[in-house]
Write a protein that binds this ligand. Sequence first.
Ligand SMILES: *Cc1c(COP(=O)(O)O)cnc(C)c1O
Length: 451
Amino acid sequence: MLESDTLKILQEALRKLDAGFLSLPEFAAAATDSQKISEVLTSTAVRLRDNYPYFHPLYAGQMLKPPHPVARLAYALALWINPNNHALDGGRASSAMEKEAVAEIAAMFDWDTHLGHLCGGGTMANLEALWVAGQLAPGKTILASEQAHYTHQRISRVLQLPCETVRCDARGRMDVDALRARLARGDVGTVVATMGTTATGSVDPLAEILPLRQKYGFRIHADAAYGGYFRLAGNLAEETRGNFGQIQHADSIVIDPHKHGLQPYGCGCVLFRDPAVGRLYKHDSPYTYFSSTELHLGEISLECSRPGAAAVALWATQRLLPLQKHGEFANSLERCREAALMFHQRLAQDGRFLTPFAPELDIVVFAPRAANVEEASVLTRKIFQAAARRDLHLAVAEIPVAFFGGRWERDKQDRFGLACLRTVLMKPEHLDWLDRIWAILDQATQECMGR
Ligand SMILES: *Cc1c(COP(=O)(O)O)cnc(C)c1O
């Protein structure tokens, strides 16, 4: 099941890397006990079997996507050097590769100048964006929608900035009327526009939020951790496309190469439109930066030591799959979205299920029809388990009942969330596997609901 043919390429590349150091006096690292390593590693492999099969198309639950083989190999190759992208002293080539790869991401958003870098993930990236926002507007409120990632609440507490939520409309997007009303009360420093919510893939109406900035003077931070790469997809609904088409006007952007960008975990990215925010990172470390006057990434990053390997992997992946509209990478995102649309259509035509709204990206949520919210939630969990017993792995997500547009309006439990089934169809192979996925869901549903 697990691809291993490409390991041969790693050996070749390792020889090539090694050849770059042949002028040094001969040296071999202290002998290692291969037998013991082998024993430990095989028991490690056995230990790792205790996982859902994230790499397989029947895993369609949480946001997990296997890294591209080239990312895996480039990351592993870099480990023989183990560069640290904190400073150029620790990782010359990998720092240059990071700057190039990040500039390519910025170019995807039409930015030809920017300040940005990689970091541990979307949480760190958002932390930096809000940290900068907080320094530019001290004490002012951060607004994010009810469906924004919960990290914004926590980050605001870390930064000791007031944070409020803005109501969502029935499609899980920030309600612009509610936003306008809150802005009119004043004291807002930053609005976080989520470009693809983690629960339903809903995209905040950035095109309508932007004009409010002129009037009220706040910063706009686009949290595109999940959805950012869909900027390249050619098959978005018109409204979604319109909002993605405006991201370049945000003041800062977060995107997670370790979500849709085919990277191993540990790869988030934060970008600022105005490079001058770099001054806010100023420090006077006496020891880190002494080898050149060129920019050390540690000067514009809150994290100090960072894996150069993550930059190498991203750089290599973008060599193979450039971030271009109509390119192979864009096409693979389009397949994910197509799979989500087809899956949603099947659900909508099947009397046993309810869906809140058509997916904007590649995440589909749905619930079994039942007399009330509580029964539906119980059934959801049963179907989730019955599917898992058949090797189809979905996720359960709590979704506001209001997203179902009045289906349960008079229900007393209306205020509560409904436990829904959620599937993230983020592997391009999901499109080819839709029939199999549907067949298993159908059987699991029959087991729980009858015919
Ligand atoms: C995943 C996600 C985050 C958090 O990113 P991590 O990489 O998990 O730290 C933040 N915002 C959104 C919209 C996300 O989807």
